[in-house]
Ligand binder design. Sequence first.
Ligand code: SF4
Ligand code: SF4
Length: 206
Amino acid sequence: MDAKTCLEKLKLVGVLSFATVDGEGNPQIRCISAIHFEEDGFYFFTARGKDFCRELLENGKLQILAYTRFKEMIRLSAKAVPAPEAEQEEKIDTIFAEQPYLANVYPGDTRKIGIIFEVKNAEMEYFHLGVNPIFRESYTLGAGTIQEKGYFITDGCIGCGTCRKSCPQGCIVQGKPYHIQQEHCLHCGSCYEHCPVKAVRKRGGK
Ligand code: SF4
Ligand code: SF4
């Protein structure tokens, strides 16, 4: 798996959930299919008068979620920015050519109320629940960065094995200290709750 394959899977899913944050800090989610994918990112269409557009222009924070029929979850976190002015018309035409139903929504020149945003820098998380053990990995697009999540075991580990017994994925390996196989970890927190000496820590300092 890699970022490019994740993009291809997003394209196959087609209709994606786009989450933004409004001016009051509330989450807002829309289903978007007016998307044009390229190898290194993608473009999407919305109308300038929509709250969705305003939220993107205000802070650009965007999270996209897709779930495939194979039980794969793909989450993309990024900052969306308006595409360069010189590309706006061409990208609108491209998206309308790829998604003919849009001409029903915005017939003729009414598509000119549209604006194209681009996403070229992002973090992508891939999470496959359809394999045993589960598999997860993170990738970047462009200058995107990966935010470390989950749990790790510190040198405070006394090797009692309690966490290993409580791990639903069996992804804790014996050692000094014990070790979590991050690519198979659910981030469920069971090891964290069961460790008698608090040797398991949550990434991000919480
Ligand atoms: S967070 Fe859950 S899945 Fe991950 S190592 Fe701990 S118990 Fe196992
Ligand atoms: S429960 Fe805590 S001390 Fe025991 S093996 Fe796991 S991390 Fe180490």
